[in-house]
Write a protein that binds this ligand. Structure first.
Ligand SMILES: C[S@@+](CC[C@H](N)C(=O)[O-])C[C@H]1O[C@@H](n2cnc3c(N)ncnc32)[C@H](O)[C@@H]1O
Length: 196
């Protein structure tokens, strides 16, 4: 099981917007949803995506998208504009939920069951790390993770880098999914390998 958690500083917490970009950069949330959960012609059923939206008027809002239960979805922005609109409005869609939970409260709960990795350019190189089971990867939005959120996350997890090149959050998710796919294939064939 893999999980991704995006800290969205400005993502709007009420459903009145004309486009996802102007809704506190919910377009970044959309891009991360697609790279977390979609394969070509299929869904990653073993992935859960989380975003904590901290924009006005009702922050914080924990958006959870569970690949195991997700249904009736496509990758296009219009589909997700509609789903996010419903979710923020408290209306149901299979696999999509919202709760009033803060980043800190969510992380405290997740740390009991998941190994926490904070994606940050200046962290330890991912190639030097043996990823544990049930990893949860934390990402910042276009501005990056706020310092106080990063400090809090470091109580539970380790900073991990994909190199000095600053990638889009969604690109980081693609890279992690690829690396985890490779690792899992190796584990299936050798029964042991855990590093990249
Ligand atoms: C668009 S980047 C923001 C970059 C920005 N310079 C910053 O202050 O972090 C969004 C997020 O992607 C992740 N990220 C981007 N490049 C990374 C890298 N090379 N290694 C690890 N994480 C990265 C981080 O979590 C970052 O907060």
């Amino acid at each position: 099981m893999r999980e991704f958690l995006l800290y969205s500083r400005l993502g709007r917490t009420e459903p009145h917007w004309s486009n996802l970009h102007d809704a506190g950069r919910l377009d970044i949330v959309y891009e991360c949803i697609v790279t977390s959960l979609f394969l070509s012609h299929g869904l990653r059923r073993d992935v859960t995506f989380h975003a904590v939206l901290n924009g006005p008027p009702n922050p914080p809002m924990h958006l959870q998208i569970n690949g195991e239960e997700l249904y009736d979805v496509r990758t296009d922005i219009d589909t997700w504009n509609t789903i996010l609109h419903k979710a923020v409005n408290g209306k149901p869609h299979p696999g999509v939920t919202t709760k009033k939970t803060s980043f800190e409260a969510l992380l405290k709960t997740k740390a009991q069951t998941n190994s926490i990795y904070i994606l940050e350019e200046h962290g330890k190189s991912i190639s030097e790390i043996e990823l544990a089971e049930n990893p949860l990867f934390i990402l910042g939005d276009h501005v990056g993770l706020p310092k106080n959120a990063e400090r809090y996350a470091q109580r539970y997890g380790t900073k991990v880098s994909l190199g000095k090149t600053p990638y889009l959050a969604a690109s980081c998710i693609t890279i992690i999914n690829y690396l985890m796919d490779v690792q899992e294939r190796k584990q299936r064939t050798s029964g042991a390998a855990t590093s990249f």
